[in-house]
Ligand binder design. Structure first.
Ligand code: 4AD
Ligand code: MG
Length: 429
């Protein structure tokens, strides 16, 4: 029977067979220390010639990094051992010998590691990040599922733009033009009218020519959409949501955060309510920080970093100039120059992780906006139907998964937050 390293404690004092890969090996006189990983953890396995026999002992000395092996032995608690347990080996079987594994314990450049991403994911640090990603995805789903949201899957092939035409991936759809989705939002809005509270969660695509630490070409986004919700309610939802996700990671993934060497104190300092500042106040903050910034411009990465660095909790910037926001955003009835939208900026200077707001719910206004953005009305006839047949105020937002993983793990670049990042000049592996 196979024992997983994650469950090794239950086998203390008993025999166990582990199935995994050789991570590293160290020899000391008549003894060999094998670090074995099985995907659930890493454990030190100790082999002495007396316990394993001469033949196996010789075999051990020929083993290469990442060779797949099955080891049997007795589980022993040992405070000094990494993880608190070690295996005193009695048997070893070689399953597959690895030839010249390219990622050795020495330092490698990022370009090399990216080219070997299919192997790099085996490393302890990368595996830990991917476990945190998994935890975040679980927390995201639990949050919405527990609050009565219905998962509403939206299509990846779409006939029109959601977030502007400049970043669309075009493809041929049996002679028709189709685009890879930039956001499921417009479809989620139809879901909100059918089911009240919905969310979609899937890959989205942006042909962004920018090469930054925050941009991926393909990224995952979770997008809740709620009927009869306004901007304030939307920000409250986003606040509860992000707080919950951080709380869950802190509660369940300490070990992984440790491996990544994440200082968790900034995450522990996060408190509700999150600060809310208007775009206009934000302009003030920037100018006071000695960063000249004119009202009407969009916040870029540098501005986001300056603003978010001033707060310990994520900050929500709301009421942006309507001019710089997407066509679907509702204008503020108090001041038509402003849109009822918000961005959430993660602390530690990380920048935008959420964009969202209240949607334009008036049929005539929406037609005008579609036209003003030079978008083809025909493509949006179905979307306009939502305003024709029982329109209601509604709102939602989109959270970028990779930026959230990057922030929570304290990474400086999003490329390590997804198994196979798609970036400007990288399509392989
Ligand atoms: O602000 P964005 O463009 O908003 C929307 O797409 C809305 N339709 C969402 C909605 O209201 N339902 O994108 C939302 C989030 C950003 O805050 C960011 O976290 C992430 O998606 N994002 C990216 N992440 C990685 N790489 C990129 N190129 C990203 N573009 C956006
Ligand atoms: Mg945005």
């Amino acid at each position: 029977m196979q024992t997983y390293i994650s469950g090794i404690a239950a086998q203390e004092g008993k025999s166990a067979t582990l199935k995994g890969w050789l991570y590293n090996i160290r020899s000391g006189g008549k003894i060999r220390f094998l670090l074995v990983r099985d995907g659930t953890g890493i454990i030190q396995c100790v082999a002495s010639q007396a316990d394993v026999g001469e033949e196996t002992f010789e075999l051990i000395d020929t083993l290469t990094q990442e060779s797949s092996i099955e080891v049997t032995g007795t589980v022993r608690a040992d405070k000094r051992a990494p993880g608190g347990y070690e295996l005193v080996m009695t048997k070893l079987e070689l399953v597959g010998r690895a030839a010249d594994y390219p990622i050795t314990p020495k330092e490698h450049g990022t370009a090399f590691l990216m080219e070997n991403r299919h192997l790099w994911v085996r490393s302890r640090r990368q595996a830990a990040i991917l476990r945190v990603r998994h935890e975040i995805v679980r927390a995201i789903r639990d949050f919405f599922d527990d609050r009565g949201f219905v998962l509403f899957d939206t299509p990846i092939f779409t006939p029109a733009a959601c977030e502007g035409t400049s970043t669309l991936f075009e493809t041929d759809y049996f002679g028709e033009k189709a685009y890879l989705t930039q956001s499921g939002q417009l479809y989620a809005e139809s879901g909100a009218m059918a089911l009240g509270k919905v969310y979609c969660f899937g890959p989205t695509f942006r042909a962004e020519k920018s090469k930054t630490r925050r941009h991926l070409i393909e990224f995952w986004m979770v997008e809740p959409e709620v009927a009869y919700l306004d901007l304030d309610g939307d920000m409250e939802l986003a606040e509860d949501f992000v707080f919950y996700v951080v709380e869950q990671v802190l509660a369940n993934r300490r070990e992984e955060l440790d491996i990544i060497e994440r200082d968790t104190s900034p995450l522990e300092k996060i408190k509700k309510p999150f600060p809310r500042i208007s775009y206009t106040e934000c302009v003030d903050i920037l100018n006071k920080a000695g960063h000249p910034f004119q009202w009407g411009n969009d916040l870029g990465g540098d501005e986001e970093t300056i603003v978010s660095s001033q707060f310990e909790s994520p900050v929500m910037v709301h009421h942006f100039p309507a001019e710089i926001k997407a066509f679907y955003m509702k204008n503020d009835p108090q001041d038509e120059r402003l849109a009822l939208g918000f961005d959430m900026l993660a602390p530690e200077g990380k920048g935008e992780i959420i964009g969202g707001g209240q949607r334009e719910d008036d049929y005539d206004m929406l037609v005008k906006k579609i036209q003003a953005h030079n978008l083809p009305l025909e493509a949006f006839d179905w979307y306009l139907d939502l305003r024709k047949y029982g329109t209601v105020p509604h709102a939602g937002f989109g959270l970028g998964l990779e930026r959230t993983v990057g922030w929570i793990c304290g990474l400086s670049h999003v490329r390590e937050t997804i198994p196979f990042p798609r970036m400007l000049h990288r399509l392989k592996p």
